[in-house]
Design a protein around this ligand. Structure first.
Ligand code: FYN
Ligand code: ADP
Length: 577
């Protein structure tokens, strides 16, 4: 895009930024207009980019982050200076923690004035603040450097372990002009932005040797495995070796959850009993009890259970973060899994299968848990509980396996994870490594924009509140998003009382009988108040069929929740009563 001035064609900073992104196949912006980027947002739209405007930058940032996860290209979040930048920063830090590639592009104030602290409009040294919270941070001071700045930001976001990148653009850069031809030549089309990383042959041999000796092997798939888009290689490895596997939350669906080798329904049995565990794109962080303690069969919270670990990861620093890793295999997951498969194929029929006792014990445990779950799901209490409502969601996803599922909350998260089976890779997106609340509507918008598929967002009523205003965004862009708010009148549940008898309700309690469906109606979407599974089913079926923005206020028994869902132990109770 160029601006004609008298005799000479000129490009300005805004042109160059837009052209640099487009040159690298990035066509969507998630952001919020304001000083100094308002005109940039208009120009991006005029240049054929999709500019999705949000109501709060944190939601735009979350959208950019999950766009990165889904597409392997950095999602772009565009914000104004200081406060807008800070609003986007939470999402940038969360993206980095989760290994999602995104670039936060923020306008900033006059450098000379900021550095002398002379009190500029929205004065803040944004680059310095962003640095410790992301993978890399860059500032461009001259329009002719925009091409390099964008190229460096893209490479930093997607190469190696993906993560968040900050790109600082002081306001005056947008208006700087240069000769259009020189400007075009200053742009860089990044060649091979996320180069394959082939594992070292000796590391592969070490891993194969350990695996060949396993009696009770287990594979754990993490969201890195989902991100890598090595779906065929991973499925072949699992099916060829017959090793049972456990999907972490966002790896659900990499193989269908109904797969006979899934050990998800025997989780607390397989972790302590396994002798060799293959981690594929998963970290031994809090979600896996740091690889030790009772979860892993250790005799106390700090004790190691005796398992040997093979860890496949693109980051060489990940191994030994919590327990010793006997066979680290460093490289991209596609290359690493292929290398293991080559070794296994070379062994032919000589490759050992897991012991029949191990597979039998898992099958036994699984069928007991699945039967117990089926019994609970068959109940139809009044009012609904999480199980009877999720039984409906489970059926809807089964009938629409391509739909995207967004999920956040405490109980609404934990129950959905174990009850709602996923059938395809990268369909489940949730609170991730930090267990962060507030990702819901940002993720839902980006999932709809990036995939064009129907989106179902299962939200706790508390979680929904963090990003609820974005229902207007969903209506404005007419996105096929069906939000189901599990309304049990409060955080965890709605039954706490103020022990003083004073006028304030307890800290965890919301307005009782709130009608979240009316919020959607306010912007022209479909609102439904559902008090039975039949009403919920009808409304969800209609939402998926019509692709109209829909919010279903699903009334759940206010006594139904547990404090912090399945992670109650992390929420310390005061010793005083
Ligand atoms: C799982 N399970 C099943 C099935 N799938 N039973 C029957 N059928 C099916 N399909 C069983 C499984 O064996 C477990 O029982 C139980 O259900 C729970 O399984 P889950 O969810 O996989 O395991 P668990 O223990 O909850 O996982 C630990 C965790 C997880 C830390 C990975 O809780 C998690 O991802 N938590 C995130 C929490 C979070 O971020 N919260 C947001 C903050 S909330 P047993 O084997 O009998 O144990 C703020 O308050
Ligand atoms: P989960 O929470 O599902 O266990 P984590 O986010 O903790 O998953 O772990 C993901 C891991 O995957 C990170 O250690 C990251 O370095 C790794 N990873 C991400 N992408 C790739 C890739 N393409 N190849 C190899 N490893 C990857």
């Amino acid at each position: 895009m160029t601006t004609e001035t008298q005799a000479q064609a000129l490009s300005d900073g805004a042109d160059l930024l837009i052209d640099a992104l487009k040159l690298n196949g990035i066509t969507n912006f998630y952001g919020l207009p304001g000083i100094p980027i308002t005109d940039l947002t208009r120009r991006a739209q005029a240049a054929g980019m999709r500019m999705i405007s949000f109501r709060h930058e944190q939601n735009a940032g979350n959208a950019a982050a999950i766009a990165g996860f889904l597409t392997q290209k950095p999602g772009i979040c565009l914000t104004v200076s200081a406060p807008g930048f800070l609003n986007g920063l939470t999402a940038l830090a969360n993206a980095t923690t989760n290994c999602f590639p995104m670039i936060l592009v923020s306008g900033s104030s006059e450098r000379e004035v900021v550095d002398l602290q002379q009190g500029d409009y929205e004065e803040m040294d944004q680059l310095a603040i962003a640095k410790p919270l992301c993978k890399a941070a860059f500032r461009v001071l001259h329009a002719e450097d925009i091409g390099v700045g964008v190229a460096r930001a893209i490479r930093a976001a997607v190469s190696g372990r993906p993560g968040g990148v900050y790109l600082d653009l002081p306001a005056k850069v947008f208006a700087q002009t240069m000769d259009a031809e020189t400007g075009r030549k200053s742009l860089i089309k990044v060649v091979d932005p996320a180069p394959r990383q082939i594992p070292a042959p000796d590391a592969v041999q070490r891993a194969l040797q350990l695996l060949a000796g396993a009696k009770r092997p287990l594979i754990i798939l993490g969201k890195g495995a989902a991100y890598a888009q090595a779906d065929t290689e991973i499925r072949t490895l699992i099916e060829k070796t017959k090793i049972p596997y456990l999907p972490m939350s966002m790896a659900k669906g990499l193989l269908p959850d109904t797969h006979e080798q899934s050990a998800a329904a025997a989780r607390s049995y397989v972790l302590p009993e396994a002798d060799v565990v293959v981690m594929i794109g998963a970290r031994l962080n809090w979600l896996l009890s740091h690889g030790k303690g009772k979860t892993w069969g250790g005799k106390d919270a700090k004790a190691w259970g005796g398992q040997k670990f093979i860890q496949i990861d693109i980051s060489p620093q990940e191994a030994d973060s919590n327990v010793p890793i006997d066979a680290p295999v460093v490289g991209d997951i596609g290359s690493c899994v292929s290398a293991l498969l080559n070794g296994i194929s070379a062994a032919g029929s000589g490759w050992p299968q897991p012991s029949a006792d191990w597979l039998g014990a898992i099958a036994d445990r699984k069928s007991k848990n699945i039967a117990k779950m089926a019994e609970t799901l068959a109940k139809n209490p009044v009012p609904m509980n999480f199980h009877s409502a999720l039984n409906v969601v489970r059926d809807i996803i089964k009938a629409n396996p391509d739909a995207m599922l967004v999920n956040e909350g405490a109980n609404a998260l934990d129950f959905t994870r174990s009850i709602v089976d996923m059938y395809k890779p990268r369909k489940r997106i949730d609170v991730g490594t930090w267990g962060v609340m507030g990702i819901g509507m940002g993720f839902a918008v980006a999932a709809a924009v990036e995939t064009g598929l129907p989106v179902i967002a299962v939200e706790g009523d508390s979680a929904f509140g963090f990003s609820g205003m974005e229902v207007e965004t969903i209506c404005r862009y007419n996105l096929p998003v069906c939000i189901v708010v599990f309304n049990n009148n409060g955080v965890y549940k709605g039954t706490d009382v103020n022990p003083t008898g004073g006028p304030d309700v307890a800290p965890t309690v919301f307005v009782k009988g709130a009608r979240y469906d009316k919020l959607m109606e306010a912007f022209g979407g479909v609102g439904v108040h559902a008090t039975t599974p039949a009403e919920l089913r009808k409304a969800m079926e209609e939402a998926v069929r019509s692709r109209k923005p829909t919010l279903i206020n699903a009334v759940i028994d206010e006594t139904a929740g547990t404090e912090s869902g399945r992670i109650t132990s992390l929420n310390p109770k005061s010793a005083k009563k």
